[in-house]
Design a protein around this ligand. Structure first.
Ligand SMILES: Cc1cc2nc3c(=O)[nH]c(=O)nc-3n(C[C@H](O)[C@H](O)[C@H](O)COP(=O)(O)OP(=O)(O)OC[C@H]3O[C@@H](n4cnc5c(N)ncnc54)[C@H](O)[C@@H]3O)c2cc1C
Ligand SMILES: *[C@@H]1O[C@H](CO)[C@@H](O)[C@H](O)[C@H]1NC(C)=O
Ligand SMILES: *[C@@H]1O[C@H](CO)[C@@H](O)[C@H](O)[C@H]1NC(C)=O
Ligand SMILES: *[C@@H]1O[C@H](CO)[C@@H](O)[C@H](O)[C@H]1NC(C)=O
Length: 371
C-alpha cells in the first residue's frame, strides 16, 4: 500500500515539498495530496485583502546571499540557499522560455553600515571565504561604483529572480502531471488533516502530514508577521539591487521578468497587521530607489517610475528561525513542519523541500527524524 502524505499549504514551501516528494526515490510508494485554502493564480487577479495571509504572491522574489556570521549563525540557511540556487539553475535550463518564470541576472548590494561578515569577504583570506560560500560571479565593487558616499561597501554576484505566481503555477502543474492530487480546503490545525473528508474517497487514510501553512494556524507563539510594503512598477530592471541603509531601512528592486514589471521595496515591519498600503511610503520607496539606481529610468525618457500597484504582504516570521522538524502527535500522527520562512521563502525553498523529503523518508523507514 502506498503511503498517503497530505501537504497542507500551496505557497512556495508546500508546492516545492509536494513536488519533490513525487520526484524522490521513494515516490513509487507515495500518494501525495496538496490541501490548501489558497492556490497560485494570476497575480493580476488575486484579491489583495482576501488573500493577504497567502504570502507567496506578494513576495519579490529574488535570491540575496546572506553570509553566515563568524559564530556560524545562518549557516544552515546559507546551505538551503545554495541548494535552491542549484535547482533554480537546473529548472531554468530545463524548462525553456517562460515556463518556470525564473530569470538569472546580477545581484547588486550596497551597504551603508556593513557588518563583520561582509568585511570578512574583503579581508585577507576573503578569497577563501567567498569560495567556501559558493557564490558565483562574485565581485567586490570599487568605491567609484557606489551611488553615493553614504554607501561604504558593495558587491555583485550572479543570482536569480522569479515571478512568484508564474513560478508557483509551474510547480503546481508539474505536481499534477506527476500524479499529485489537489484539494481546496481549510483545516484548523495539522491534526484535522488526518481525518479530512476527501470527497473522491481516495486516500481516506492519511499516513503523514506536511505542515507548510506559512502564517497559518496561529498557535505557535514564536510565529509573528513582518509586514512588507512594496510597489510594482512597469519598468524592467537589469539587476536585483539591494541597499541596506544605516537607519535599518531597505531599498531594493526585484525584477519579476515575464512581463511582470519590477518590485520596488520595501518595508519590514514586525507585528504590523495593516493590510492597506500607504501612499506616502510608496513615494519614499520609489524616490529612494531611483536615487540609488538611476539606471532603471535610463533611456525611458521618464523622470518617475510607472506605478502599477502597491503590494502589502505578511512575511511568516518565526523567533528562532524556520521550523523544519518532524513531530509525532498523540495517536502516532506524524507531522513534518516546514514553516516560518520570513522574508526568505523563495530563496530557501528547495533546501527546505529536501529536508521535508528526508524527514518523511526517515519516518516511514522507522529512523529518527532529524534533518
Ligand atoms: C513584500 C515581500 C517581499 C518578499 N520578497 C521575497 C524575496 O525577494 N525572496 C524570498 O525568498 N522571499 C521573499 N518574501 C518572503 C516569501 O514571500 C515568503 O517567505 C514565502 O512566500 C512563504 O511561503 P510559505 O509557503 O511558507 O507560505 P504562504 O505562501 O503563505 O502559503 C501558505 C499556504 O498555506 C495555506 N494555509 C494556511 N493556513 C491554512 C489552513 N488553516 N488550512 C488550509 N490551508 C492553509 C495557504 O492557503 C497557502 O496555500 C517576501 C515577502 C513579502 C511580503
Ligand atoms: C516501497 O515499499 C516497499 C515495501 O516497504 C519496499 O520494499 C520498496 O523498496 C519501496 N520502494 C521504493 C521505491 O521506495
Ligand atoms: C489573516 O489571519 C489573521 C490571523 O489569523 C486573521 O485574523 C484574519 O482574519 C486573516 N485574514 C484573512 C483575510 O483571511
Ligand atoms: C503548523 O504550522 C503553524 C504555522 O502556520 C503552527 O502555528 C502550528 O503550530 C503548526 N503545527 C500544527 C500541529 O498545526
Amino acid at each position: 500500500m502506498p503511503k498517503h502524505i497530505v501537504v497542507i499549504g500551496a505557497g512556495v514551501i508546500g508546492l516545492s515539498s509536494a513536488l519533490l516528494l513525487l520526484q524522490s526515490e521513494e515516490s513509487a510508494n507515495y500518494t501525495v495530496t496538496l490541501l490548501a485554502r489558497d492556490f497560485p493564480a494570476p497575480f493580476e487577479t488575486i484579491d489583495p485583502l482576501a488573500h493577504i495571509n497567502y504570502t507567496s504572491p506578494w513576495g519579490g522574489a529574488h535570491n540575496r546571499w546572506v553570509p553566515p556570521t563568524a559564530s556560524g549563525e545562518g549557516t544552515r540557511e546559507h546551505a538551503f540557499a545554495l541548494a535552491t540556487f542549484a535547482r533554480m539553475r537546473a529548472l531554468a535550463d530545463e524548462a525553456p522560455g517562460a515556463a518556470a518564470g525564473i530569470t538569472f541576472m546580477k545581484g547588486v548590494e550596497y551597504l551603508e553600515n556593513p557588518g563583520a561578515e561582509y568585511a570578512a569577504l574583503e579581508a585577507e583570506g576573503g578569497e577563501y571565504a567567498r569560495w567556501a560560500l559558493g557564490m558565483e560571479g562574485f565581485r567586490i565593487l570599487g568605491r567609484e561604483e557606489f551611488p553615493d558616499e553614504r554607501v561604504k561597501w558593495g558587491c555583485e554576484y550572479d543570482t536569480w529572480c522569479v515571478n512568484p505566481m508564474v513560478y508557483c503555477a509551474f510547480l503546481l502543474r508539474r505536481f499534477v502531471l506527476l500524479g499529485g492530487r489537489v484539494v481546496r480546503g481549510e483545516v484548523r490545525g495539522a491534526v484535522e488533516a488526518f481525518s479530512f473528508p476527501f470527497k473522491d474517497g481516495i486516500g481516506e487514510k492519511v499516513d503523514a502530514v506536511v505542515n507548510a501553512t506559512g502564517v497559518g494556524f496561529g498557535d505557535d507563539e514564536n510565529v509573528f508577521i513582518t509586514r512588507g510594503q512594496t510597489c510594482l512598477v512597469a519598468e524592467p530592471c537589469d539587476a536585483t539591487v539591494t541597499r541596506q541603509n544605516a537607519d535599518g531601512s531597505w531599498t531594493f528592486s526585484v525584477p519579476r521578468g515575464f512581463d511582470g514589471g519590477t518590485v520596488i521595496g520595501g518595508t519590514k515591519e514586525p507585528d504590523n497587521w495593516d493590510a492597506r498600503p500607504s501612499a506616502e511610503v510608496r513615494e519614499q520607496l520609489l524616490e529612494r530607489f531611483v536615487a540609488t539606481y538611476p539606471k532603471i529610468l535610463e533611456g525611458t525618457g521618464r523622470e518617475k517610475l510607472t506605478v502599477v500597484r502597491d503590494i502589502v504582504g505578511r512575511r511568516p516570521t518565526r523567533k528562532g528561525g524556520l521550523r523544519l522538524e518532524g513531530e509525532v502527535l498523540p495517536g502516532g500522527r506524524f507531522v513534518m513542519h516546514a514553516y516560518g520562512l520570513g522574508g526568505r521563502g523563495f530563496e530557501l525553498s528547495w533546501g527546505v523541500a529536501e529536508g521535508v523529503v528526508e524527514g518523511v523518508r526517515k519516518y516511514f523507514a522507522g529512523e529518527e527524524v532529524k534533518v
